[in-house]
Design a protein around this ligand. Structure first.
Ligand SMILES: NC(=O)c1ccc[n+]([C@@H]2O[C@H](COP(=O)([O-])OP(=O)(O)OC[C@H]3O[C@@H](n4cnc5c(N)ncnc54)[C@H](O)[C@@H]3O)[C@@H](O)[C@H]2O)c1
Ligand SMILES: O=P(O)(O)OC[C@H](O)CO
Length: 349
C-alpha cells in the first residue's frame, strides 16, 4: 500500500503541539510518508519569516516556544501546495479562519483524501442555525471528515504530560489509521462513532470555560466552579439532545466531554481571558491581543453563534448559562449577575 501523505492545516499553539506527535509517529511507521507538511499562515517574527524559522530551528517560536518539533515537519506557507498531495488533512486553525481556508483549497485536493478536524467551534449557517466545522469542511471539500477533541491543553501535550483524547469517526478502518497517526505513549486515543457529540462537546465547553473564568474574576471558589462545570454539562447534554438527537450519553464521559470541561475550566485560555475581562474591565479584543500573542479565543465567538440559533428557535431560557456568557461579553449583564443565573437555573426548579 502506498504511504499516506499527511498535511497539517494550521500551526498555532495546538497545531504545533499535534505536529510534534504526528511528526514522530510518521517517522516510525510504514503506513505514512515520512515527511509531514504543516501549512503556516506566514508572518514575520523578529524580522524573519516564521516558516524559515520553523524549517531552520524546528521551533515555532511564536505559538509554541521552547518545544522542539521533529525535523520531518516541514513548514509550507503556500496553502494549496501544502494540501494538494495530502491523503490525510488535519485541520487545526482557529475556527474563524476555516471557511477561508476551505475556499482556497476547494477543488485542489485529492478527491480520495480524508480530513480530521481538531477545531473547537461552530460556523453560522444561512438558516440562522449553526453548522459543525466538520460538516462545513465536508460540504466544501467533498471529503469525509472525522474529529479529534479532548482534554488537551497544547502546552501540556507538547511537554508530553499524560492525557487522553477522543476521535469521532464513522468508519472503523479510517478510525484505526487516524489513531495510529495521533496516539503516543502519553496521548491516548479512544475512537467512538458518535462524531457529532464529540465535536459539539469541544465547541460548547469553551463557553462554559468563560463562565468559569468570570467566577475566578469574581473571586469565587472551587465549589462555585464545580457548579458551573455541572450546569454547563447539563446544558451541553440538553443542546445535543435538542438539536442533534441520537447522541450516546456515554460520549459525554469520554475525554471530549467531562474531562475537557474540567481542564478548560481550570487551565485554558478562554478561562484566563474571561477572568481578566472581569478583573480589568477592558474590551475582550484588547485582552486577547495583549495576553495571547496572536493566539485566538474560541469561546466568546461560540457563545455568539450558539445564541443566534437559540434566539431564533426561542429556547434561550433552556440555556441560561450559555446565554449569560454571551450577555456578559456584550456588556448587557454585569458578571456578578451570573450568580443569579446559577441560583435560578432550570435544573433547580
Ligand atoms: N491551544 C490549545 O490548547 C488547544 C487545544 C485543543 C484544541 N484547540 C483548538 O484548536 C484550534 C486551533 O487552535 P490553536 O491553539 O492551534 O491556534 P491559536 O489560538 O494558537 O491561533 C493562532 C493561529 O492562527 C493563525 N492565524 C492568524 N490569522 C490567520 C488568518 N487570517 N488565517 C489563517 N490563520 C491565521 C496563526 O498563524 C496561528 O497559526 C482551535 O479551534 C482551538 O480551540 C486548541
Ligand atoms: O485554551 P483554551 O481555552 O482554548 O482550551 C484549550 C483546549 O481546548 C483544552 O482542551
Amino acid at each position: 500500500m502506498p504511504r499516506l501523505k499527511v498535511t497539517i492545516v494550521g500551526s498555532g499553539n495546538w497545531g504545533s503541539a499535534i505536529a510534534k506527535i504526528i511528526g514522530n509517529n510518521v517517522a516510525s511507521s510504514d503506513d505514512f510518508d515520512p515527511t509531514v507538511t504543516m501549512y503556516v499562515y506566514e508572518e514575520i517574527v523578529e524580522g524573519k519569516k516564521l516558516t524559515e524559522i520553523i524549517n531552520e530551528q524546528h521551533v515555532n517560536v511564536k505559538y509554541l516556544p521552547g518545544i522542539l518539533l521533529p525535523p520531518n515537519v516541514y513548514a509550507e506557507p503556500d496553502l494549496v501546495k501544502a494540501c494538494e498531495k495530502a491523503d490525510i488533512l488535519v485541520f487545526v486553525v482557529p475556527h474563524q479562519f476555516i471557511h477561508r481556508i476551505c475556499s482556497s483549497i476547494k477543488g485542489k485536493i485529492k478527491p480520495s483524501a480524508v480530513g480530521i478536524s481538531l477545531i473547537k467551534g461552530f460556523v453560522q449557517a444561512e438558516n440562522r442555525g449553526i453548522q459543525l466545522i466538520s460538516a462545513l469542511i465536508k460540504d466544501m471539500l467533498q471529503i469525509e471528515v472525522s474529529v479529534l477533541m479532548g482534554a488537551n491543553i497544547a502546552s501540556e501535550v507538547a511537554k508530553e504530560q499524560f492525557c487522553e483524547t477522543t476521535i469521532g469517526c464513522k468508519d472503523s478502518f479510517t478510525g484505526s489509521i487516524l489513531k495510529k497517526l495521533m496516539q503516543s505513549e502519553n496521548f491516548r486515543v479512544t475512537v467512538v462513532d458518535d462524531i457529532d457529540t464529540v465535536e459539539i462537546c469541544g465547541a460548547l465547553k469553551n463557553i462554559v470555560a468563560c463562565a468559569a473564568g468570570f467566577a475566578d474574576g469574581l473571586g469565587l471558589g472551587d465549589n462555585t466552579k464545580a457548579a458551573i462545570i455541572r450546569l454547563g454539562l447539563m446544558e451541553m447534554i440538553q443542546f445535543v439532545d435538542q438539536f442533534y438527537s441520537g447522541a450516546n450519553l456515554a460520549t459525554f464521559f469520554e475525554s471530549c466531554g467531562i474531562a475537557d470541561l474540567i481542564t478548560t475550566c481550570y487551565g485554558g485560555r478562554n478561562r484566563r481571558c474571561s477572568e481578566l475581562y472581569v478583573k480589568l474591565k477592558k474590551p475582550l479584543k484588547e485582552i486577547e491581543e495583549e495576553y495571547l500573542n496572536g493566539q485566538k479565543l474560541q469561546g466568546p465567538l461560540a457563545a455568539e453563534e450558539v445564541m443566534f440559533m437559540l434566539e431564533d428557535k426561542r429556547v434561550v431560557d433552556k440555556f441560561p448559562l450559555f446565554s449569560a456568557v454571551h450577555e456578559v461579553f456584550l456588556g448587557k449583564m454585569p458578571p456578578e449577575k451570573m450568580l443569579e443565573v446559577l441560583r435560578n437555573h432550570p435544573v433547580h426548579k
